[in-house]
Write a protein of this length. Sequence first.
Length: 448
Amino acid sequence: MTRALTRGLAADEGVEVTLLAGSRHDQSGHGDARRFYTGLDLHEVDFTPSLAAADPTAHRATVPGTAPLQPSYEDRPNASDRVFTRLDAAAFEEHVSAWSRELVDAGAATADVLHLHHLTPLHEAAARVAPDVPVVTHLHGTELLLLEAIEAGELGGPHAQAWRERLCRWAHTSACLIVAPGNRARAMRVLDLGRDRFAELPNGFDPVTFRPLRVNREAVWRRVLVDEPRGWLPDAGPGSIAYDADVLERFRHGPVVLFVGRFTSVKRLPLLLDCFAAAQARTPLGATLVLVGGHPGEWEGEHPADAVARLGRDDVLLAGWHEQDELPELLAAADLLVLPSARESFGQVIVEAMACGVAPVAAASLGPARIIEDGRTGWLFDVDDADALTHALTEALSDAGERQRRAAAGERSALERFTWPAVAAQLADLLRAAAGDVPRQTQSTRDR
């Protein structure tokens, strides 16, 4: 998102952007901001020293160009990034001190507007070093989940209320808060702010990358599942789940359903496995469900591999984690996308699937309900109705003509509403308004 919006702001809207972004350096190259943001004005902040510390989120990052690892909005066992509510006041000040230094070095005090993603100690740092620069806060839903968990008593600890007060204070002092379509009412309630404080902005997609492709379906799945497997077992790394070439027979006949996402509880994979099995029993077509995602070592509840083994399903395959630029080919080798999440703030993969000519099935809540037009561009089912998901899957799997009709309408809808240039133009207007209508030629942002 940040890379695409930065390019759009600079190329199409005449906005000068300096990126302040966290980074890490290892042999894999994953997470290296220098590589990811090549060609953009980048102020890199290296998390590598913090990741080597006993507690990465409380590391004293006194060296310029470094900072403690950002905490998480989720309480995940054994994760390097502890949940925010476990950090005490001293750790909070370490974050603010490091980010204050980095904001000064990046020139934040002379910017016309700061565009900050999430609610983080960067807001406190900005208030200290650039108090006169307006802040536009881009919410992504995870901070709302954290606040809801604290409010419901699901996430406690001695520091929970202090973090709740900080996040709410940062929201209240923002000139504008950006939320995904359909998320405004939820954010208003959680943050106790009026409707006029929020602006809705969708995520986008690159129409050059995400478009219908003609691929050899069997060859794609041979590479992903047999030759270069990345699926992983709970106690092992990528490639520990691999399949024999016999599995490719499944892709020669029946439809392919794709799930793309993390293996976290909000994605509701157990529900998907149950409903897919029920739909399979109602149709003779022999569909295959491929689970793409699950960052290695990260899952909540029963691991999908264990669930598949327990249920005895040979029609559910785990493909492992794949980068975003690999998704167009995987989508081209599928017939349907399914996203059963109950609290999906937006649903980026839905837009990407539609752009690739693949019809989606998703829960009718928050972002997906604003993206999909039920009956025209995909299938929506009631969040709390498992039978409705089973029915939607059964209908979609049984009628190839209807899948194709909704896929074609979805592709047109995605192109009309969700390309990155269109989203960048909307963001530019919001930034100009926050900055007081600064002329395009002189406006700049600091984007984190």
